[in-house]
Design a protein around this ligand. Sequence first.
Ligand SMILES: [Fe+2]
Length: 286
Amino acid sequence: MRLPALSLLSAFRQTLVQQVQNTSVTPLLLKQYRLKHSDSGSKMFSPAPFTKDFFFRQLFDEATWTYTYLLADLNTREAVIIDPVLEKAKRDANLVKDLGFTLKYALNTHMHADHITGSGWLKQLLPGSKSVIAKASGAKADIHIKEGDPVTFGRHRIDTLATPGHTNGCMSFVIHEQGCIFTGDTVLIRGCGRTDFQEGDPAHLYENVHSKIFTLPDNFRIYPAHDYKGLMESSVWEEKTYNPRLTKTKEEFINIMDNLNLPYPKKIDVSLPANRECGVYDIPKE
Ligand SMILES: [Fe+2]
């Protein structure tokens, strides 16, 4: 009973092969077929490699679970640092010196509540560097930015996105050429920053993530400001697929965020006044 069906299938395949062999655009057809049938998962596993002149280093503060990122142009040696931590400023400054970089900017994705920024101390340790934060944050800095203001180091360019929601001054930093985004606390790996203080607004967070971050290519790497489980990076595809909060509807998301009942942040009363003075705060002597 099965033989005729198999024969029919075999004949059908043979016809297809003949049709493909008889056409002059076979490679193009095959390419289109592969593109059509490649799924998001496979795209996620092939992030664009960093260019050879782009330096990337992820650094960690074990006391506050904060990731700091040192980026540089390997030809001009100009560097920027994202979300430095006060207690790690000497470590970071030494690394910049060891590698022969010139620190141009110390950027903060937002006014942090859980730690004091290292921008101020870095400015003293590496004279000439400037602190940068969103104007909407309300924090002091040498340079205030808003969405669309580019930040450059060497030939590299950071595109700035306003992504308020965790705080009203949150920004995310995209480097399109390198296929990566630094999301601060806006998108964490399988999570997101809380929205119950610092003018937090879950609706804004959800809308900004879905319209500005989840619209980036699936294989863009996501680098958050923290991770509490040892995960170091994610991708747009992973968070669009697995983030337990941000994959929900906006209404469900708001409901989740409004009912987290999190404890009052331990360091907020120290961190916020210090970070409001971002870049010029009292620096410890040692
Ligand atoms: Fe935060």
